[in-house]
Design a protein around this ligand. Structure first.
Ligand SMILES: *[C@@H]1O[C@H](CO)[C@@H](O)[C@H](O)[C@H]1NC(C)=O
Ligand SMILES: *[C@@H]1O[C@H](CO)[C@@H](O)[C@H](O)[C@H]1NC(C)=O
Ligand SMILES: *[C@@H]1O[C@H](CO)[C@@H](O)[C@H](O)[C@H]1NC(C)=O
Length: 318
C-alpha cells in the first residue's frame, strides 16, 4: 500500500508526463480550413517528371515510378532534378520524413537555376531540417533572386503534425505577383512582389529539385550536432509530385531573353498560376497564413535586427 506522499508523487509525475507529451510536436494544433490547391493540378510520376541529380545507388523508384525513396547513408545522399525548367508555376511534393534521431539531415524541395546562372542565380527553397535542439523537424524557407546570396531571407517554423508518420503536402506557388509556401495547403509564408525588391525577385526559369543530404556543417551551428550514421540509412519518401507551370524552351538564339521564350505548357492556354485567382491569397488562405505564423514560426529574418542593422525593404515594421 503506497503512502499518501508516494501517491501524490506518482500523480504529479503522471501529470508532468501528460503535459510534456501534449506539448511536444505541436500536435495539439489544428489549422483553419483552407481551399486545396494540390487538388487542382495534375500529378506527375517521379520517373516522368524527374531524372537523377546525384546519388544513383541511393534512389529507389517505387509504385511503377510514381513514387521514390531518397536515401542518405555514409556513402552518399541523393537527389532528383526536374526534366523541364519552369518560368512560374505550382510545385508540390508529398513527403514523409525519416523518423528517429535526424540531427544534421536536410531534405530540400526547391527551385534553382544556379546551373544556368552561376553568378546571378534565383532560388526558392523549402528545407526540412532534422532535429536541432528539440526533437522536432523544422521547416525553413528561403529566397534568393538574381544572385542575392549575401542576403539570407530565412524563416523557420515548427510543423503542427508529426511529419514522420504520414505523407504531407509541401508546395511552392511562384508567379509575377507573389511567392507562396504552403504545407498541406496552408500558406506559411507569402513573399509579395513590389518594385522595391524587383532586383531580387526570382524571375528567370528554374529547375525543381528534391534532395536529401548531410548538412552537418551548414545546419547545426558549425557541426555541433552532426549526422550520426549509427542511425542510417535515412530514408525520405516522395510522391504526388505536381509541376504545373510555364515550361521554358531553350531559346535557339542565345541573345533572346529567357523569360520571352517561356512557352505555354500542356493544354493550358495561359500560365496556369498567372491568372486572377492566383494573384492574391483568399481570405481563408490569409487566415491560415496568420494562424501558422502566430502559432508556429520561431525565426524570421525580418525580426533579426542583430543580423540586419537595416532590414531588407520588404520587411514591414511591426
Ligand atoms: C549506402 O547504400 C548503398 C545502396 O543504397 C550501398 O551500395 C552502400 O554500400 C551504402 N553505404 C554504406 C556506408 O552503408
Ligand atoms: C507504369 O507506368 C507506365 C508509364 O511510365 C504506364 O504506361 C503503365 O501503364 C504503368 N503501369 C501500371 C501498372 O500502372
Ligand atoms: C541581375 O543581375 C545582372 C548581372 O549582375 C544585371 O545585369 C541585371 O540587371 C540584374 N537584373 C535585375 C532585374 O536587377
Amino acid at each position: 500500500m503506497a503512502s499518501a506522499q508516494e501517491r501524490l508523487l506518482l500523480l504529479s509525475l503522471l501529470i508532468f508526463f501528460m503535459i510534456s507529451a501534449a506539448s511536444s510536436h505541436g500536435a495539439i494544433y489544428k489549422p483553419p480550413l483552407v481551399p486545396s490547391l494540390t487538388d487542382r493540378f495534375n500529378r506527375v510520376a517521379v520517373n516522368q517528371g524527374y531524372s537523377e541529380f546525384f546519388g544513383h545507388s541511393n534512389i529507389r523508384l517505387l509504385n511503377n515510378g510514381s513514387n521514390a525513396d531518397l536515401i542518405l547513408n555514409k556513402s552518399s545522399g541523393s537527389g532528383l532534378v526536374s526534366r523541364n525548367k519552369y518560368h512560374h508555376g505550382f510545385f508540390n511534393a508529398a513527403i514523409k520524413l525519416p523518423s528517429g534521431f535526424t540531427s544534421g539531415v536536410v531534405i530540400a524541395f526547391y527551385l534553382s537555376n544556379a546551373d544556368l546562372f552561376p553568378h546571378n542565380h534565383d532560388e526558392i527553397d523549402i528545407e526540412l531540417l532534422g532535429h536541432e535542439k528539440r526533437r522536432d523537424w523544422v521547416l525553413q524557407t528561403n529566397i534568393y533572386g538574381n544572385g542575392s546570396v549575401h542576403t539570407g531571407r530565412e524563416e523557420k517554423l515548427y510543423l503542427w503534425f508529426d511529419p514522420t508518420q504520414e505523407f504531407h503536402q509541401y508546395s511552392i506557388l511562384w508567379n509575377s505577383h507573389h511567392i507562396v509556401f504552403l504545407v498541406d495547403n496552408v500558406p506559411v509564408r507569402e513573399f509579395a512582389y513590389n518594385s522595391a525588391i524587383s532586383g531580387v525577385y526570382p524571375s528567370k526559369p528554374m529547375s525543381v529539385y528534391a534532395t536529401i543530404w548531410d548538412a552537418s556543417e551548414w545546419a547545426t551551428h558549425g557541426g555541433k550536432y552532426p549526422v550520426n550514421y549509427q542511425y542510417a540509412p535515412y530514408v525520405v519518401s516522395l510522391g504526388e509530385m505536381e509541376m504545373e507551370g510555364c515550361v521554358w524552351q531553350q531559346p535557339k538564339d542565345s541573345s533572346s531573353s529567357a523569360a520571352a521564350s517561356c512557352s505555354r505548357s500542356g493544354l493550358s492556354s495561359f500560365d496556369p498560376v498567372e491568372g486572377e485567382e492566383f494573384a492574391k491569397l483568399s481570405q481563408e488562405q490569409i487566415n491560415g497564413l496568420e494562424w501558422a505564423r502566430k502559432k508556429l514560426m520561431f525565426y524570421s529574418y525580418c525580426k533579426d535586427t542583430s543580423r540586419y542593422k537595416v532590414l531588407p525593404p520588404e520587411c514591414k515594421p511591426s
